[in-house]
Design a protein. Structure first.
Length: 97
């Protein structure tokens, strides 16, 4: 059974291969939802049913009420690293379809 879904996107891992598989999984989900270009490249992704705006680095959502993996979701993006060259995506799962 595939454990990768919007409510359980994976866990912190040490293997780059597993991380790449997780990123590829979500890139495909974004393609299926027609929002891949708007989301852009990313190095990390997490999801939760909580609004992330209290989390440092996440401002307003870049996408609102998009359906990803059958769930209404807001998408947030934060840049970090020495020159903001790394990007994190946060999926705020609002409701199941």
């Amino acid at each position: 059974m595939n454990q990768n879904n919007i409510e359980n996107p994976g866990k912190n891992v040490f293997s780059n291969e597993v991380e790449e598989d997780l990123i590829s999984f979500w890139v495909k989900k974004f393609e299926d939802a027609g929002v891949k270009e708007e989301v852009g490249p990313f190095d990390a992704i997490s999801s939760w049913k909580e609004d992330p705006r209290s989390t440092v680095g996440y401002g307003e959502p870049i996408l609102v009420d998009v359906v990803i993996d059958g769930k209404k979701t807001d998408v947030y993006r934060a840049s970090f690293g020495e020159n903001n060259e790394e990007h994190s995506i946060y999926l705020h799962v609002k409701e199941s379809r």
